[in-house]
Design a protein around this ligand. Structure first.
Ligand code: BES
Ligand code: MN
Ligand code: MN
Length: 460
């Protein structure tokens, strides 16, 4: 067992607060200096914790922070991955306190308090647990593995430059297991280990009608309105059973066996709590699958944004020339994101009436990933949670995406263990994102057990 002292807890939290004050929003170039500042902050934190060869490695985008501690070349090496960039905080007016002015408040699920700030859970708080766990292991002479840190600043915008970095620095990154805390768990009473991530195919479409905005009285009824057309096209992408209508979309989807689905269904899930937590009176989704299945083992299609025409104050009678939408699809094994993008484009063009012109472009994508549970990485994590929570963790397929994880395996040949400590209700990417103090400290206490278990299992 690892137990942090009150003093350690206080220091670790105050440091995290400093990091959370830096608005490292990778999507918005107005914050470029802050993203760089967060990288520098992380590098200095790694150095203070006892890491060596700490380096802020530049890339064509934001830098990757590297650091390591090699205690014995014969011991296994853990490569820790995390990200210091965050999602934009908007809509700002929906935050109860400013996104980059961290405050601690209690919530029903976090009676010991939670820290509210953009990035608290995704991923600054969870990434920082690893730096503090490392510091703790150094201080208490408990570091049982070598460790390498690779903390990036472009995860929230698709990790464009990380692939180049891992290809170029393959030798520097040799390791036995990759350890990541950038996912969640079932609840504070029932830990779980994420065993899957969905892939992603992110598209943007533009529908063009007339060559200029038109008076909707003069022309209305006689020409195609691109917004009306786009809305119809989007609506047709799902049928009444909430299945996606793109031909070939499901062809490669790996169906789970009855046994696998029964195993999954053992994880506790309360539909009433679920609905209540997001203010819904009913759920919605693909027929024949449970809510947990819909959000993990099934592919989806969602419009993430739609715009066009007049959206300012008052009313304007206009037929717009253009309408736009951002549409993303979450993918599952064995779908290929590039192929799905092509199927989408072909289908979307084919359903467009001749009265409009349609353009489809691809933003980014990612491959789905499933982690094995019969390797020592997973077993070390399982045992670590069991010890620190006093409850056996469930394996759980996650619905989100971390597109670099499958590339780690492809390029470095190393498997990842997804030891997340957040809760789905922590509002990542939403206003009022938070991370429980219980979760933060428990994470720091659980990580050293992983190193200890991994070293022991590797010896067997
Ligand atoms: N940490 C999340 C991914 C995540 C969260 C996975 C919770 C599983 C459970 C990550 O920062 C993220 O937001 N990823 C993006 C993809 C990226 C390409 C923008 C996502 O899932 O939308
Ligand atoms: Mn993340
Ligand atoms: Mn994220």
């Amino acid at each position: 067992m690892v137990e942090l002292t009150a003093n350690e807890k206080e220091n670790y939290l105050n440091e995290l607060i400093e990091l959370l004050k830096i608005p490292s929003i990778s999507a918005d170039s107005a914050f470029a200096k802050d993203v760089e500042a967060a990288a520098a902050w992380v590098a200095s934190a790694l150095e203070k914790a006892g890491a060596e060869k700490v380096e802020i490695v530049p890339t064509p985008g934001y830098p990757i922070v590297y650091g390591e501690k090699i205690i014995d070349p014969n011991l296994p090496t853990v490569l820790v991955y995390g990200h210091y960039d965050v999602q934009p905080p908007d809509p700002l007016e929906l935050w109860d306190s400013p996104a980059f002015e961290p405050v601690i408040k209690t919530t029903p699920l976090h009676p010991d308090g939670a820290i509210f700030a953009r990035g608290a859970c995704d991923d600054k708080g969870q990434m920082y647990m690893h730096i503090k766990a490392f510091e703790w292991m150094m201080k208490h002479n408990q570091l049982h593995c070598n460790v390498k840190f690779m903390i990036e600043g472009e995860e929230e915008v698709g990790s464009d430059n990380l692939e180049g970095f891992i290809r170029e620095h393959k030798d520097r990154l040799t390791s036995d297991v990759i350890l990541i805390s950038d996912t969640g768990m079932i609840s504070n009473e029932q830990p779980s280990i994420t065993t899957g991530l969905r892939g992603l195919s992110y598209m943007e479409v533009t529908v063009t009608g007339p060559n200029r905005d038109l008076h909707s009285g003069l022309y209305g009824g006689a020409v195609a309105n691109p917004i009306n057309i786009l809305a119809q096209m989007i609506a047709s992408l799902q049928d009444e059973q909430q299945r996606i209508t793109i031909p070939g979309f499901y062809d490669k989807v790996l169906e789970l066996s009855k046994e696998e689905r029964a195993e999954m269904a053992k994880a506790p899930f309360d539909l009433e709590d679920y609905k209540k937590s997001i203010g819904l009176s009913d759920i919605h989704g693909e027929e024949g699958y449970t809510t947990s299945e819909r959000q993990s083992i099934r592919p989806t299609l969602d419009v993430n944004g739609i715009w066009g025409g007049y959206t300012g104050e008052g009313a304007k009678t206009v037929i717009p020339s253009k309408a736009h939408a951002k549409i993303s699809m979450r993918l599952v094994p064995n779908q290929n994101w590039e192929e799905i993008g092509q199927l989408f484009e072909k289908h979307f063009q084919s359903i467009a009436p001749k009265s409009v012109h349609v353009e489809v472009t691809t933003h980014h994508g990612g491959t789905p990933y499933v982690t094995p549970i019969d390797n020592i990485g997973y077993r070390a994590a399982h045992k670590a949670y069991a010890t620190s929570f006093g409850v056996e963790p469930f394996p759980q397929r996650g619905g989100g995406s971390i597109p670099i994880v499958p590339l780690f395996e492809e390029v470095l040949g190393v498997k990842s263990v997804l030891m997340g400590f957040g809760l789905d209700t922590d509002a990542i990417h939403s206003p009022n994102e938070h991370f429980g103090l219980f979760n933060f400290y428990k994470g720091i206490e659980t990580i050293p057990l992983f190193y200890k278990n991994y070293a022991a299992l590797a010896k067997e």
